[in-house]
Design a protein around this ligand. Structure first.
Ligand code: 2P0
Length: 356
C-alpha cells in the first residue's frame, strides 16, 4: 500500500431502549436538554439493535454515511454535533506494526465513512434513532481513541437524539435532565445492569408498520408550546414517579413496575391529546391491546403484564416472567391473528417461549 492509503476501522453494536418513564419535551432544542428525567430498559442486543462500522483514512475526501446500504446525508446539525464532539476528544493513536500514527490534531482533518445496519426491518415502524446514534458515538469514540467515561459519551449521544443517551448502557438506565445550561450534567446513568432482573420478557406487537405521521421532535415541540398538562407532568408528576420507579427496579417489584409504566405511558399519550393540534399516536388496535392487558391484570388480582407505547401505535408489552409471556403471546395471537397485513406480529425476546 502506498503511504497514506491506510484505513482504520472499528465496529460496534447498540440495542434500542424502551422508556418506562417517558421523555417528552425539551428545554433546549439545539443541545437536546429535556424538561424531565426519564427511565428506560435497554433491550437485548440480539434484537432491535444497530451495528455500525466506522472507518477513517487519509484517502477519504469527505465524511459519508450509509444506512442499511443506502447513502444518507450527513448535513444535519445533530450528526455534525456528534462528530464534532467526538473529534474534539480524539487522542493520539499509534499502530506500530502497521506503521500508522495519528496525532490528536490529525483527527480534525481526517474524514470518516460510516456504515450502519439495523437488525430489524426498518419498515416495522420501530424507533431506530436511539440505537443508531448511541452506536455511532460509541464506535467513533473507539476509533478515535477517546477515553471519556460512559456518562460523557451519553451526553454526546444525547446531542444526536435525546433517547440515544440511554442506549449507551444495558439494563435499566436513567437520563438525568440536569440543571446546567451547557448540558454537561444532562447524562445517562445505569440504575441496574442487564443481569439484575432477568425474569422480564419484552414482546413488541407491531400494530402498524407505517411511518409515524408526527415525528417525536416536532410533536414534543408542539406539546411544550401548547399543552398545560405537560407542564404539570414535568414539574409535579415525573419527579416523584422517577423516585418510585428507581425503588421499584431495585426491589424487582413487578406490581409497582407495571402500575408506574402503564400510568406513565397513558399520561404521555394524554399530553399528546392535550397538544394543539392534538397528536394521535395510538390507534384502535393499541386501545384494544390496553383493554386486554388491563382486564387480564384485573382478573389475576395483580399485574402480569405492563404496556407502554411510544410515538406510534405499536405495543411494547413487558411480561413478569416467561410463563406469563407465553400466555400473553397466546392471547395476542388469538385476539389479533396476524393474517391481516397491518397486523403482523414482530416478536422480541426469547423465541423459545413459543414452544413452552
Ligand atoms: C422516550 N420518546 O423517552 C420518548 C417516549 C418517544 C416517546 O424519546 O428529538 O427520537 O431526537 O430528542 O429521542 C423519542 O424522541 O427525540 C422519544 P429527539 P427522540 O423514549
Amino acid at each position: 500500500e502506498a503511504e497514506g492509503q491506510w484505513v482504520l476501522m472499528a465496529t460496534g453494536r447498540s440495542p434500542t431502549n424502551i422508556a418506562v418513564i417517558k421523555y417528552w419535551g425539551k428545554r433546549d432544542e439545539a443541545l437536546i436538554l429535556p424538561i424531565n428525567d426519564s427511565i428506560s430498559v435497554t433491550l437485548d442486543p440480539d434484537h432491535l439493535s444497530a451495528t455500525t462500522t466506522v472507518a477513517v483514512s487519509p484517502s477519504f475526501a469527505s465524511d459519508r454515511m450509509w444506512l442499511n446500504g443506502k447513502e444518507i446525508s450527513l448535513s444535519g446539525g445533530r450528526f455534525q454535533s456528534c462528530l464534532r464532539e467526538i473529534r474534539k476528544r480524539a487522542r493520539d493513536f499509534e499502530d506500530e506494526k502497521k506503521g500508522i500514527k495519528v496525532n490528536q490534531a490529525d483527527w480534525e482533518k481526517l474524514h470518516v465513512h460510516i456504515a450502519s445496519y439495523n437488525n430489524f426491518p426498518t419498515a416495522a415502524g420501530l424507533a431506530s434513532s436511539a440505537a443508531g446514534l448511541a452506536c455511532l458515538v460509541f464506535t467513533l469514540g473507539k476509533l478515535m481513541n477517546v477515553k471519556e467515561d460512559y456518562g460523557e459519551l451519553s451526553s454526546i449521544a444525547r446531542q444526536g437524539s435525546g433517547s440515544a443517551c440511554r442506549s449507551i448502557y444495558g439494563g435499566f438506565v436513567k437520563w438525568c435532565m440536569g440543571k446546567k445550561d451547557d448540558g454537561s450534567d444532562s447524562i445517562a446513568v445505569q440504575l441496574a445492569d442487564e443481569a439484575h432482573w432477568t425474569d422480564l420478557v419484552i414482546i413488541i406487537a407491531v400494530v402498524s408498520s407505517k411511518q409515524k405521521e408526527t415525528s417525536s421532535t416536532s410533536g414534543m415541540r408542539d406539546s411544550v408550546e401548547t399543552s398545560p398538562l405537560l407542564q404539570y407532568r414535568a414539574q409535579t408528576v415525573v419527579p416523584s414517579r422517577v423516585l418510585k420507579m428507581e425503588e421499584t427496579i431495585k426491589n424487582r417489584d413487578f406490581e409497582s413496575f407495571a402500575k408506574l409504566t402503564c400510568a406513565d405511558s397513558n399520561q404521555f399519550h394524554a399530553v399528546c391529546l392535550d397538544t394543539s393540534p392534538p397528536i394521535f399516536y395510538m390507534n384502535d388496535t393499541s386501545h384494544r391491546i390496553i383493554s386486554l392487558v388491563e382486564k387480564w391484570n384485573h382478573s389475576e388480582g395483580a399485574p402480569q403484564v405492563a404496556y407502554t407505547f411510544d410515538a406510534g401505535p405499536n405495543a411494547v408489552l413487558i411480561a413478569r416472567n416467561r410463563k406469563t409471556a407465553a400466555r400473553l403471546l397466546q392471547k395476542l395471537l388469538y385476539y389479533f391473528p396476524p393474517q391481516n397485513k397491518d397486523l403482523s406480529s414482530y416478536l422480541v425476546g426469547d423465541k423459545s417461549i413459543l414452544s413452552d
